[in-house]
Design a protein around this ligand. Structure first.
Ligand code: PMP
Length: 391
């Protein structure tokens, strides 16, 4: 069918530049090893930090929910699609995050979009870290609020933006808790101090910190001892929690407001019973199996040190998200392809996900990896990098 030649031209250009990517389908469940193209490879690309996607307790919870409640919910939450388990999960998340209330959205992406787009007007200003996640950027694009971007984790620049923002009704600072492509942690204590000095709200997206940082994985706010001082905590249920969805944890007022105004919440069907039941089980696993988080961190330290000892540049990473900087876009993809051929699945990440010239292969180890698997992955990184003259 004719009509999309203009899109095809852009795709052809990507092919010329070596940045056109095919999806990589898994033929197994998610785990420390996965099957791709019929071959078992070490998985270093998932966000399955604690291995919960395939945890027996989550599988069981999901199966039981399907048996009892069926496959779907048949409605949006505000009409006929709220089941008691949806509210059970929200109560559990609020308690976990030490907030008054919480609300689950269909994904982390739509949570950021829904929160930012509904609570700000043209009288307000949103002040955002330059490397915040795309869902925050898109959420900001949907508001009529003024917007200011401060240089990545640069507290002087944040203070400048706050000083320029005194005349707005509401000032809200938004930051990732852990930055998804670099693995560094936001300087939250300084951000909160500046927010208190300039009477601003703080919103933290803890997609990569929940289940990873803080007591039992409560996230960056708890990690820094800032419980009760951050106004909005956003999280995802699709990374360490291992399932699907997003949530916002905050005051009852904000949650009540979002139930009435959060458009993705209002206009999209609620999560199926299997998803919600597995998420509830996942929070219990976090509370009852803290050794998973310990294992995750042991693995992360071991692997990061191993990469650094081999001479790789892992940038500012201080969490299990560990980039291996390559620079050139096409080379990053070539490196990733080579790694896959030798038995490691680690995706190349290039523009527009990261800035031009800062392409990388991003790795995330999980609690499920054995030391032997990580050692093998390090040897494969060394071999592939030597062949491509990356080190
Ligand atoms: N925020 C951040 C920082 C993320 O990394 C992601 C995941 N890519 C999201 C939000 C979106 O979460 P989800 O995958 O649940 O939509």
């Amino acid at each position: 069918m004719k009509g999309f030649e203009y899109l095809q031209a852009e795709l052809d250009e990507m092919k010329n530049q070596g940045t056109f990517r095919k999806l990589v389908p898994l033929e197994s469940d998610q785990g420390s090893k996965v099957i791709i193209n019929g071959k078992e490879v070490i998985q270093l690309s998932s966000n399955n930090y604690l291995g919960l996607t395939s945890h027996p307790r989550l599988r069981q919870a999901a199966l039981q929910a399907v048996e009892k409640y069926g496959a779907g919910t048949g409605s949006v939450r505000t009409i006929a699609g709220t089941f008691t388990m949806h509210e059970d999960l929200e109560k559990k998340l609020a308690k976990f995050k030490k907030t008054e209330a919480s609300l689950v959205f269909q994904s982390g992406f739509t949570t950021n979009q829904g929160v930012l787009s509904s609570i700000l007007t043209k009288e307000d200003v949103v002040i955002s870290d330059a490397l915040n996640h795309a869902s925050i950027i898109d959420g900001i694009r949907l508001t009529k609020a003024s917007r200011k971007v401060y240089n990545h984790v640069d507290m002087k620049d944040l203070e400048r933006a706050l000083q320029e923002s005194k005349d707005y009704r509401v000032r809200i600072i938004v930051t990732d808790g852990v930055f998804s492509m670099d693995g560094n942690i936001a300087p939250l204590p300084e951000i909160v101090e500046l927010a208190e000095k300039y009477d601003a709200l703080v919103m933290v997206d803890d997609a990569h910190a929940s289940g990873v940082l803080g007591e039992n994985g409560r996230g960056t706010v708890n990690h820094f001892g800032l419980d009760g001082r951050v106004h909005i905590q956003v999280g995802t249920l699709s990374k360490a929690i291992g399932v699907l969805g997003g949530y916002v944890a905050s005051t009852q007022t904000l949650i009540d407001y979002l139930i009435h105004k959060g458009r993705p919440f209002l206009f999209s069907t609620s999560h199926p019973p299997a998803v919600t039941a597995a998420c509830i089980e996942a929070i219990d696993v976090l509370l009852e199996e803290p050794q998973l988080i310990e294992k995750l961190w042991n693995n992360a330290r071991f692997f990061k040190k191993g990469l650094q000892n081999l001479g790789f540049n892992t940038g500012k990473s201080e969490t299990p998200v560990t980039p291996v900087f390559v620079g050139d876009e096409a080379l990053a993809h070539k490196f990733s392809d080579q790694l896959l051929q030798y038995g490691v699945f680690a995706q190349g990440i290039a523009f527009p996900t990261v800035a031009k010239g800062q392409a990388r292969v991003r790795t995330i180890v999980t609690a499920e990896h054995s030391k032997e698997e990580l050692q093998e992955a390090l040897s494969i990184f060394e071999k592939a990098a030597k062949e491509l003259n990356i080190m």
